[in-house]
Design a binder for this molecule. Sequence first.
Ligand code: 4NP
Length: 166
Amino acid sequence: MGGMRDDRTIAKPAILFLCLGNICRSPLAEGAARAAFAKAGIDAIIDSAGTGDWHIGDAPDARAQAEARRRGIDISALRGRQLRRRDFYDFDLILAADATNLRDARELGPSDATAELKLMLDLLPGRRGEGVTDPYYGDDDGFAATWDDVDAVAAALVAEFSPSSG
Ligand code: 4NP
């Protein structure tokens, strides 16, 4: 498969958010992006995955679900899955939460991957190279900060993929 891609426009962007467990950062990013794209009326494929296998089939962490709910978004139906080879062809863009996730993804990714791989915060001015802090081992405040980061990333993505933007 693979097929030809039109480099000028992506009719229906496919974006994968990646973290370690796929129960905190990447499901929050998925929830924020799904909401932002829907609000903008842009058709997109949005998904998330983890590099690790501990939480396959699990719902997002209860604290992540609570934070999303506070922001008006229900992520309770999301289920953890692990990054797989096929993702490197199925998605246009794989956005890793931190440098470790990015390195692990590069190690797994095939040399002829068609997906572009970068950090989530590379999309935000002044935050290039930064990681989204993992809130898993911290207190509830961490989840609010994580939401603020991934919501800004979602807005940047919508701007990037809006038909009206260059
Ligand atoms: P996440 O956070 O990568 O943002 O989903 C984590 C969740 C679980 C674990 C580590 C990080 N864990 O080791 O189980």
